[in-house]
Design a protein around this ligand. Structure first.
Ligand code: ADP
Ligand code: ZN
Ligand code: ZN
Length: 699
């Protein structure tokens, strides 16, 4: 009997029979599942040191006559390497998903399609498959490079940081924006690859589209080295080729987003996670894994070096530094030698933000324009206005499915005629994406005077255009820019100084280098400041540090760059640290709060979530699950608390109410044991759509 991991949500492995020569752990096979043949991987549970297979790890025992034979060994695919399987097994257990769904489910679709192989018991080999996938020119060509400058020699801080990466272990690279972290990454990769002829390096980034220059910088530093870039726009065929290239060790460097942490890389010896604090490393559906945390596990299991880079390391990471689990090196200065631009607050109770901009902000923008510099105005809110409302009866626009306010969007102006409109104004739900037309009159009282409330970037763009009619204004957000390529084009416009004022969202905050950006204005961050999520301050702080870092990166004029933040809460603790640009101090204050409130990383959390059309029914089941778990934990004397149920945000999605209970404990093993109890309980209540999120980032 052979255990095979297949992409089916039933169990970790299913049993199949086999009469041929022994099959090694990690061998890929074709097996029948229902009426189809699917790709599976042979699992030797003993070899993985798993003596006691948990409930759910294996499918229900089958009568011997029901066990089907393995169809064939996939001789084209090299067997999976044991360290990779071990990571997948850890991820499956930790994040509570059947092993097969991730082991087989993460193999590129093209490689899971038997039609791309000849199914026969023996014969064809890897080379043939490889040749069928190879495409002539997939390397980053010289013309693709957007690098003018040559790579600098490391400065003393950078050299020190690099030296800290010699030993295995986790190294936090805490470097202010513009301190030359990327330069350290490229050098570390180059060194690792050139000192060991087979070593592989994995570089993880939050979003490839947002860092168009990054890939080119690695390509330049690693002439002649095969680089696999994994992102969402890669074709299925190409994805298959890159996967094989990485899993056979051909690709020496893999650059990718969160999913790339699970790329098979048999000779992996260095992992670097850029912007390690970024929440996009946490997958929010299916297996809800944290790619950063898996990278830590993987590096430790391999005895490899892991670099966690950030200008604002996460509170969890600071806690590990404090416990001496991670070491830390810092790049406290900008590599270009420019001082960080000072941050100033504008109290909007005293200097009101008329049409979104206070007097002081307007003057500062005017000054920069007069000096021939560029200004960036930041507002993290898409659209024209966050809600459309009726002044006579209080009606406001809402999404029927999600129950949240729908956002008013004005038509985009076409490039050819600036004021010409393309299409009508629309209301759009930012959760489900559904759009609708704007009603002519209030659906409740018939008043025709509906008015937009609040301000999004489109409206701010209009204000800027009215106040600075001579300025060339460019707006950048998800509505004007859709792909990485398009963003790169806009960024180049800014770099070529074809633009005076840039107005935009979060998209602008990340790693771009704008030489003439002398002023950053944050129009409104207050809603994020008062968000009840315990991670909201940390997130906002990171965003503001990042945005502020866009100013004055290469000062030539001698006029110091400025960062202005408009807020109604200038006394907030977050701003006290922000004004000092005291990242470590802010983190220590957050840590102290978390510790006294017994929040992560001083406790561990898991959310059990459910969705159902009937809110009352879902709440009832969540409550009784909470009570049963609480009672069970009390009987066992386990220190675990269960909270909730509470509604999630948004409460409704696709017509179903969504809620959760949260389990919290100082002991991870006990928390996981209680999750097993919860899963058995949920298995008996299939009418609700359940899932578990271990270490949720939003609660
Ligand atoms: P980060 O990734 O920390 O934001 P980068 O690596 O992008 O920083 O570097 C910021 C700027 O400093 C870039 O323009 C880069 O070319 C420059 N730079 C990096 N290292 C050096 C160095 N050793 N000497 C001079 N300039 C450097
Ligand atoms: Zn009305
Ligand atoms: Zn919606």
């Amino acid at each position: 009997m052979i255990s095979v991991a297949v992409d089916a949500p039933i169990a970790a492995t299913l049993d199949y029979s086999w009469t041929g020569p022994p099959l090694l752990h990690g061998t890929w096979v074709w097996v029948p599942l229902g009426r189809r043949d699917v790709l599976g991987m042979v699992v030797d549970w003993k070899l993985m040191g798993v003596d006691q297979v948990l409930a759910g790890d294996r499918g229900p025992p089958l009568a011997p006559e029901k066990i089907k034979p393995i169809k064939a060994v996939v001789s084209e695919l090299p067997a999976a390497d044991p360290a990779w399987i071990a990571m997948m097994a850890f991820a499956a257990r930790y994040y509570r998903r059947p092993l097969g769904t991730i082991v087989a489910g993460l193999v590129p679709k093209w490689l899971r399609d038997p039609r791309n192989f000849a199914i026969k018991p023996s014969g064809s080999n890897f080379e043939r498959l490889w040749r069928s996938l190879e495409s002539p020119s997939k390397k980053v060509s010289k013309s693709d490079r957007r690098i003018q400058e040559s790579e600098h020699t490391l400065n003393p801080d950078q050299s020190k940081a690099l030296a800290a990466m010699d030993a295995p272990g986790v190294v936090v690279l805490h470097g202010v924006t513009g301190s030359g972290k990327t330069r350290v990454y490229t050098e570390a990769a180059r060194r690792t690859i050139s000192s060991d002829p087979s070593a592989q390096v994995l570089v993880m980034v939050p979003e490839i589209g947002l860092t168009p220059q990054l890939v080119a910088r690695f390509a330049q530093a690693l002439e002649g080295v095969e680089i696999a870039v994994l992102h969402s726009e890669v074709s299925e065929r190409e994805r298959a080729r890159l996967w094989l290239s990485a899993s056979t060790g051909k690709a020496r460097l893999v650059i990718g987003t969160r999913l790339s942490v699970m790329t098979p890389m048999p000779r992996l010896s260095l992992i670097m996670v850029d912007e390690e604090h970024d929440h996009s490393y946490k997958q929010q559906e299916g297996m809800r894994y944290s790619a950063r945390d898996l990278a830590v596990w993987r590096a430790q299991h391999l005895g490899a070096t892991l670099v966690l880079g950030s200008a604002t390391p996460s509170t969890e990471t600071w806690a590990q530094i404090k416990r001496n689990k991670y070491s830390v090196v810092s790049l406290p200065r900008r590599a270009t030698g420019e001082p960080a631009a000072p941050i100033e607050l504008i109290d909007t109770l005293k200097d009101p933000a008329k049409e979104g901009l206070s007097e002081k902000s307007r003057q500062a923008i005017a000054q920069v324009l007069a000096d021939g510099g560029q200004a960036l105005v930041f507002l993290n809110r898409r659209g024209y206005a966050p809600v459309l409302s009726c002044p006579s009866c209080g009606w406001s626009s809402r999404c029927g499915d999600c129950g949240v306010a729908t956002v008013l969007h004005r038509p985009e102006r076409t490039a050819s005629s600036d004021r010409a409109s393309a299409g009508p104004w629309r209301l759009q739900c930012h959760h489900c994406g559904i759009g609708s037309t704007v009603p002519r009159q209030c659906p409740d009282c018939g008043d025709t005077d509906l008015s937009p409330i609040g301000r999004g970037v489109q409206r701010l763009e209009d204000t800027l255009a009215a106040v600075f009619p001579q300025a060339r204004i460019l707006r950048i957000d998800r509505d004007t820019v859709r792909q990485g390529k398009a963003l790169a084009v806009e960024i180049e416009k800014i770099q070529r100084h074809e633009v005076d004022i840039v107005v935009g969202t979060q998209m602008l905050a990340k790693g771009h280098d704008f030489a003439r950006m002398r002023l950053v204005v944050v129009a409104d961050a207050d809603t994020q400041l008062i968000n009840p999520d315990f991670r909201a301050p940390e997130r906002l702080f990171a965003t503001l540090i990042q945005v502020a870092g866009r100013a004055g990166r290469h000062e030539q004029s001698g006029v110091p760059a400025r960062v202005l933040i408009q807020t109604r809460y200038p006394q907030h603790r977050l701003y006290t640290y922000l004004l000092q640009q005291d990242v470590a101090g802010f983190a220590q204050a957050e840590l102290a709060d978390r510790e006294s409130a017994h929040l992560p990383p001083f406790s561990h959390m898991a959310a059990v979530r459910a969705a159902h059309r009937d809110e009352a029914h879902a709440r009832k089941l969540l409550r009784s699950l909470r009570d049963d778990l609480q009672q069970f934990a009390a009987q066992q004397n386990w220190p675990i608390s269960a909270y909730g149920p509470v509604a999630r945000y948004p409460e409704m999605q696709a017509g179903r109410w969504r809620g959760q209970i949260v389990l919290e404990s100082g002991s991870r093993p006990l928390l996981h044991q209680l999750l097993s109890v919860a899963e058995d309980w949920m298995a008996g209540r299939r009418e609700l759509d359940w899932h578990v999120d271990v270490d949720p980032v939003e609660v």
